[in-house]
Write a protein that binds this ligand. Structure first.
Ligand code: GLN
Length: 427
């Protein structure tokens, strides 16, 4: 799509916050001729990394994030910076300071969040690819709502250098694209060791050949399903979608095995306690002296809530009442997931428990409404696992994805099941 057309279509969608010039010379590489959107919490030299916040609205990046360096080297053109929830705090794409992003596949509905602009830009065909971040579902949730593919790699597979933290022990950068093959192709560019990120993993070169190793064959794949997935789904249409998807996988030769995730209902409080403390600490640098403005005086309600609660919990830390307990709950959730994955190749379940709401129709001052979207996505980040969302059905006019979750470093197994499922759906 021509840039003028992208700008015109964006007026309705609000997927981009800023556009970029086309580079004079583009190197030959894996992304030559491809266009990309990059979420506004990653540094792209010369563009604003505002995190969709008034706090950083005038902050222009002076360097490229690791993933941005890689994209440029491979000949990709970053068309612009994508809209998001403020500092990636949200599940609907509505908490940003510059307006909500429309869902291109379901007009009037939210795109989901927090990588709202990324998913919308891909879904509307404005770009070939988008680069999002996922702390508790922010790639998978909007991918599900907008009917595109989104993948969150194992923690450490993609360098976070140049990403503005929400919660550094949970944040992971990953691709959004129209197909699993394209998502794997972009992941191949994004992933790789980077000494500037101390959590970056240095893996065998074969690990990174995501497209060469992509296989759609599902026969003999062992798929785990947990009854808790079904119990916690709110929307009847999503329950039906999951059960029909599991039937399709069984018909294709997968072995379906029931697994137990008894603490799944603890994922939301556990995740948010961890996030509040880490986010509070990450935002101390936004004191108005070096980067942008003082955050407490310029942010929206959800960001302020997290800062205040993070401060309170950190002060109470000596008593071990909240944070230490949340860390313990995090390791319980992680062990349960690893146990459940022990006898299977992947787990399959919903991405979200309920369909997205209409823009402006939910009370954003009530955190329960927004947090409720995260029950199936946050456990994956708490455990550092790879997981993706692949389009599964359209329910009452709104797309809905299936979540595939894998063992640590079995990113390829997740992509393969996603590809196999995509093929069963005829693409
Ligand atoms: N919805 C979750 C939150 O608001 C996840 C956000 C994310 O993954 N960045 O924290």
């Amino acid at each position: 799509m021509e840039i003028e057309q992208i700008k015109k279509n964006n007026k309705k969608l609000n997927a981009f916050l800023e556009f970029n010039e086309q580079p004079d010379s583009i190197p030959e590489g894996g992304l030559s001729g491809k266009t990309l959107a990059v979420k506004a919490n990653m540094n792209v030299s010369g563009l604003h990394a505002s995190c969709a916040s008034k706090t950083l609205s005038e902050y222009v990046s002076v360097y490229d994030a690791h993933v941005v360096e890689r994209i440029k080297k491979e000949g990709g053109w970053i068309v612009g910076v994508a809209n998001m929830d403020e500092f990636a705090c949200g599940s609907s794409g509505e908490t940003g300071a510059f307006g909500a992003t429309q869902n291109p596949k379901a007009p009037g509905y939210v795109a989901g969040g927090s990588s709202a602009g990324c998913a919308a830009a891909v879904a509307a065909g404005l770009v070939d690819y988008a680069v999002g971040s996922d702390t508790g579902g922010s790639i998978r949730n909007p991918a599900s709502n907008c009917g595109v593919v989104g993948f969150k790699p194992t923690y450490g597979v993609v360098s976070r250098y140049g990403l503005i933290d929400l919660a550094m022990s949970l944040d992971q950068i990953g691709p959004l694209a129209n197909t699993v093959d394209e998502a794997a192709r972009l992941l191949e560019v994004l992933a790789g060791y980077d000494r500037r990120d101390s959590t970056s993993l240095n893996l065998d070169p074969d690990f990174y050949r995501f497209t060469d190793n992509l296989e759609a064959d599902l026969s003999s794949t062992r798929i785990g399903v947990a009854p808790q997935f079904t119990e916690l789904i709110v929307d009847e249409g999503i329950r039906r979608m999951v059960s029909e998807s599991v039937d399709k996988l069984a018909d294709a030769g997968c072995q379906i095995i029931e697994v137990d995730l008894p603490s799944l209902n603890l994922s939301i409080p556990t995740y948010y306690l961890n996030v509040y403390v880490e986010f509070y600490s990450a935002t101390r640098k936004f004191d108005g002296r070096r980067y942008g403005k003082k955050i407490e005086e310029n942010c929206g309600g959800e960001v302020l809530r997290r800062i205040l609660l993070g401060e309170y919990i950190s002060q109470k830390e000596y008593s071990g009442k909240y944070y230490r307990r949340a860390l313990r709950a995090r390791s319980v959730i992680r062990s349960e997931l690893l146990d459940a994955l022990e006898g299977v190749d992947v787990l399959v379940g919903p991405v979200v428990p309920k369909l997205p709401h209409k823009i402006g129709c939910e009370d954003l001052t009530n955190p329960r409404t927004l947090y409720a979207y995260d029950v199936f996505t946050t456990p994956v980040n708490l455990a550092g696992l790879p997981a993706g969302s692949v389009p599964a059905s359209v329910i009452c006019g709104v797309p809905c994805g299936l979540q595939v979750i894998g063992k640590p470093l079995k990113d390829q197994a997740v992509l393969n099941v996603m590809r196999g499922f995509e093929k069963l759906n005829g693409s």
